[in-house]
Ligand binder design. Structure first.
Ligand SMILES: *Cc1c(COP(=O)(O)O)cnc(C)c1O
Length: 402
């Protein structure tokens, strides 16, 4: 066995760190990126052997990942998530959605946390802690408990109730905090010294990015190594956008995909759009967004340690960033579900709103192949109430739609 990992590297300064031991942020306080011997991978691996891999879900990309001993893989039955066409948004065949709601714990947070927990297991770490708006905490709790580790989860007070209950039900000690996710993050940070927690916050350990990288690998393989023209990503901490961009760079270095990469679009809600503001102002970093609020809880992230990595990927890819309002997000979610039978989460619906706007503003062409990310199951969110009532003793068939 063994992996192709050579070292880790500070995403800001390039300073090298050894693999094989636990890490948090770099000395510069920025995310660490895992580096691989891509030349050796290109020589050893092939698309055909990958196609024949019997490993379930994203574990088929184990050669692109840092988990050395297969017995350290913590799995809850990951699947390759389907790509569905959306008929009502644009020209037929041009708009696709990758539905991550099918993963364990109902969101793509499973990818990142499965990797982070597997690596923590390989290092013998026993107690994980995380600040969360919901889905990351749920995935952390489930994978930590599956691995036999303790889990502590801190949630902002306005975290949706269903997420809270899910986290607690999956065995994490769960706390409500009278603040936002960054306030929860500070408490988790302090707990490293005080009570020996290992911090698995977004981008504050190196392996959630590697898990989210599998989104890019899986997308490329599913699309037969022809990536879409443009990718719309609902951006909170940006792990997925950064991870996908890293996947594309690694595949390109290995010669598995061509020169042309997708344009990356960071979608946020108008009530919490720090990355959009920084993109519009040409800044490299995105300061804290005050009074963050949106129904799309997964993208209610007022400040991101990987801000510059998100902005670089957006700029280097020729993409853009766009904020969309809550009322349009909810209306889009409801419309697509009613017309197409595809129930997106609000964050996924935000990408659909952004796609429609970008189309009407000429930022994308109607013949461009667009891929939207639906990051979670729509079933975790409040849905419109049903108001029709029928008496079993007095049925008038005239009331039914024909
Ligand atoms: C976490 C989350 C996001 C944002 O993902 P990042 O990669 O952290 O930017 C979007 N949607 C949902 C449903 C999420 O849970």
């Amino acid at each position: 066995m063994g992996t192709y990992v050579t070292h880790l590297e500070c995403s800001l300064t390039g300073k090298r760190y050894p693999a094989g031991e636990p890490h948090g942020l770099s000395d510069a306080g920025r995310p660490l990126l895992v580096r691989y011997d891509l030349e050796a991978m290109a020589a050893d691996l092939s698309k055909d052997t990958l196609a024949a891999s019997p490993a379930p879900g994203f574990w088929r990309y184990a050669d692109f990942l840092p988990v050395e001993d297969p017995t350290h893989r913590v799995s809850l039955g990951e699947v390759v998530t389907p790509i569905l066409p959306l008929r009502s948004l644009g020209k037929p065949g041009r708009v696709l959605v990758k539905d991550e709601g099918r993963l364990p714990t109902g969101s793509f947070k499973a990818r990142g946390l499965a990797l982070a927990v597997s690596m923590a297991k390989s290092f013998g770490i026993e107690h994980l802690a995380i600040p969360t708006n919901g889905n990351a905490g749920a995935a952390m709790a489930a994978y930590a408990r599956a691995a036999g580790m303790s889990a502590t989860v801190l949630c902002p007070e306005d975290t949706p109730d269903i997420n809270l209950r899910e986290i607690a039900a999956q065995g994490a000690e769960t706390w409500l905090v009278d603040g936002l996710i960054n306030d929860c993050g500070k408490i988790v940070g302090g707990g490293k010294e005080a009570v020996g927690w290992f911090d698995v916050s977004t981008l504050k350990e190196p392996y959630r990015i590697e898990g989210k990288k599998t989104m890019g690998l899986e997308l490329a393989e599913q699309m037969d190594w022809e990536l879409p023209d443009v990718i719309f990503y609902p951006t909170g901490g940006g792990t997925g956008l950064i991870g996908m961009w890293k996947a594309f760079a690694e595949l390109q270095a290995m010669g598995w995909i061509g020169e042309k990469l997708p344009r990356m679009v960071a979608v946020q809600a108008t009530g919490c759009a720090p990355i959009v503001k920084a993109w519009e102002e040409g800044e490299e970093h995105a300061p804290l967004w005050e009074n963050a609020h949106t129904v799309a809880a997964g993208i209610r992230v007022p400040i991101a340690v990987g801000d510059f990595l998100i902005l670089r990927a957006v700029r280097d890819s020729g993409g853009f960033a766009m904020a969309v309002p809550d009322d349009e997000i909810v209306a889009m979610r409801d419309r697509i579900a009613a017309e197409e039978g595809v129930l997106l989460c609000p964050e996924g619906a935000a990408t659909a709103v952004a796609y429609r706007r970008a189309l009407s503003e000429g930022l994308v062409g109607k013949d461009d192949h667009a891929l939207l990310w639906n990051c979670a199951t729509g079933l975790k969110y409040p849905l419109p109430e049903v108001t029709r009532r029928l008496s079993k003793d007095a049925v008038d068939y005239g009331v039914f739609a024909s």
